[in-house]
Write a protein that binds this ligand. Structure first.
Ligand code: PHE
Length: 427
C-alpha cells in the first residue's frame, strides 16, 4: 500500500490526462497500457528484487549485490533524477494547495471556461505566489521526514486514497451526463492510429515510468522493507493495476468535460486545473466537493513527494556516513530542503526549466536508469537467486522466472533503446 501511495499521485491525475491530450488520446492510452504490461511489470519486479535481495536502499543496494563499486554511479543517477523531478513536482503540488484555498474562498463560482483559463494564467504568472505555495509544499514534506511521521501519513492515506477514488468515480458519472461528453469518450477510448508517432511511444514510455515511480530507486527502498515471504509478482501486479485504474479514471473525467465545456485537450500542464473547477460547478455540493477533491489531491501529491525526498535524504545520510563530515538525518533534510527550493525557483522563474526537467526526467533519465537496472539484474546477478525469489509455486507459474529473465535480458533493454533512439529522431 505504501508503494501504491508513492505511485498514485499527480502523475495519474495531472500528468496523465495532459500528456494523453497532447498525444492523440486513444492511441496514447493503448500504447501506455502496452508499456505498463511490457515494461512496467518487469521493472517493478526488478527494482523490488534489488531492494528485497540486498536489504538496502538505492545507495547501498548495488554495492551489496555486486560487491564492487562499479554500479555506484547508478545510485547517483537515481538521486539526481529524484532531485530534478522534485523541482517541477513541488511546483504542481503548490498549484494544488492554491486550488484548495481558491475553492475555499468561492473563487470559481460562476466562472466559465475562459475565466477559468485566465485565472490559471494570472496565478501562474505571479511567480512569488507560486513560490510561496511551493515553499509550503516543501516545508510540509520536510517536516514529515524531519519528525519521521511517514508511517502515520501512510496509515492516513489508506483511508484517504480510496476516498479519492470514490470521488473520482462519482465525478466520472457526472461528466458522462454532460452534453457533448461522448466526443470526449471517443477521443480517449478510440485509437486513431494515424496519430501514432515515435514521439507518442516515447511519451507513453516516460509516462509509464513516471507514474509507476520506476527508475529512481524509490522501489528499491520499499523492496528492502518487504517481509521475506512477500510475493514480488503479486505486489507488482497490484501496484500496476491500482495506478492504471486511477489514471484511466482521470482520463474518463477530464476528456468528456474538455469537449463538453469547449476546452482544448492539448492545453498542456494546466489542463486539469482549468477543467476540474468547471466540473465542480456542475456538481451538487460544488463548494464542498471541490475543496474535498483538491485536498485529497494534495494528500496524493504529498505521499509521492515524501518518497521522492526520502530517496535523496537517505542517499545523503548513507553517502556521507563514513566521511569527515557525516550528515545525520536532520542535516540531510535541511540540505535537501535548500536544494529543492533552488530547483523550484528555477522551474517557476525560468519556464523552460519546468518543461525540460519534466521531459528530461521522464523520457531520458528514468528510461536510462531502468535500462541499467534490468541489465544489472539480467546479466550480472546469479540466475538461481532470481529463480528462487520468483518461483514460489509448483503449477504453471514455475515458468515465470524463466520468462522474466529472458524479458529483462533482451526484450526490455532492446525495446527501451529502440524507443529512445526512435523518439529522439536518431533511428
Ligand atoms: N509516481 C508518482 C506520481 O504518479 C511520481 C513519482 C515518481 C513518485 C517517481 C516517486 C518517484 O505522481
Amino acid at each position: 500500500m505504501a508503494t501504491a501511495g508513492s505511485a498514485v499521485g499527480l502523475g495519474n491525475i495531472w500528468k496523465f490526462p495532459y500528456i494523453a491530450g497532447e498525444n492523440g488520446g486513444g492511441v496514447f492510452l493503448i500504447i501506455y497500457l502496452v508499456c505498463v504490461l511490457l515494461f512496467g511489470m518487469p521493472l517493478l519486479i526488478t527494482e523490488f528484487y534489488i531492494g528485497k535481495h540486498s536489504g538496502k536502499s538505492a545507495f547501498g543496494a548495488f554495492r551489496a549485490l555486486r560487491n564492487n563499486g562499479r554500479w555506484q554511479w547508478l545510485s547517483w543517477l537515481c538521486m539526481l533524477t529524484s532531485l530534478i523531478i522534485m523541482g517541477f513536482y513541488f511546483v504542481v503540488t503548490g498549484w494544488c494547495f492554491h486550488y484548495v484555498v481558491a475553492a475555499l474562498t468561492h473563487t470559481f463560482k460562476g466562472m466559465d471556461s475562459a475565466s477559468l483559463t485566465s485565472h490559471f494564467e494570472a496565478f501562474s504568472s505571479n511567480g512569488l505566489l507560486e513560490l510561496l505555495y511551493g515553499f509550503i509544499a516543501v516545508l510540509i514534506t520536510a517536516c514529515i521526514l524531519w519528525f519521521d511521521v511517514n508511517k502515520g501519513i501512510e496509515r492516513l492515506s489508506k483511508i484517504l486514497m480510496p476516498l479519492l477514488l470514490i470521488m473520482m468515480i462519482l465525478m466520472a458519472g457526472r461528466v458522462l451526463m454532460l452534453d457533448g461528453s461522448s466526443t470526449g469518450m471517443r477521443f480517449f477510448f478510440q485509437a486513431d492510429f494515424s496519430k501514432l508517432t515515435p514521439q507518442v511511444v516515447l511519451s507513453a514510455l516516460g509516462q509509464c515510468f513516471f507514474s509507476l515511480s520506476i527508475g529512481m530507486g524509490v522501489l528499491i527502498t520499499y523492496g528492502a522493507y518487504m517481509p521475506k515471504n512477500q510475493n514480488l509478482t503479486t505486489t507488482s501486479l497490484q501496484v500496476a493495476v491500482i495506478d492504471t485504474i486511477v489514471a484511466v479514471f482521470a482520463g474518463m473525467i477530464i476528456f468528456p468535460a474538455v469537449f463538453a465545456f469547449g476546452f482544448n485537450p492539448a492545453e498542456g500542464p494546466e489542463l486539469v486545473f482549468v477543467v476540474l473547477p468547471a466540473i465542480f460547478e456542475k456538481m451538487s455540493f460544488a463548494w464542498f466537493s471541490s475543496i474535498l477533491f483538491f485536498l485529497l489531491l494534495c494528500v496524493a501529491a504529498l505521499t509521492s513527494t515524501i518518497s521522492l525526498m526520502e530517496v535523496v535524504v537517505a542517499f545523503l545520510t548513507e553517502a556521507t556516513a563514513h566521511t569527515k563530515h557525516p550528515l545525520d538525518r536532520h542535516k540531510s533534510v535541511i540540505v535537501v530542503f535548500v536544494l529543492v527550493m533552488a530547483m523550484i525557483s528555477a522551474c517557476i522563474f525560468l519556464p523552460y526549466v519546468f518543461k525540460e526537467s519534466d521531459v528530461v526526467s521522464s523520457c531520458i533519465l528514468m528510461p536510462l536508469n531502468a535500462l541499467a537496472m534490468v541489465l544489472f539484474v539480467g546479466w550480472f546477478l546469479p540466475k538461481k537467486d532470481i529463480q528462487h525469489e520468483l518461483c514460489k509455486h509448483n503449477d504453471w507459474r514455475r515458468y515465470l522466472p524463466m520468462v522474466y529473465i529472458q524479458i529483462v535480458r533482451y526484450l526490455v533493454p532492446l525495446a527501451i533503446i529502440a524507443i529512445f533512439l526512435n523518439g529522439i529522431g536518431i533511428w
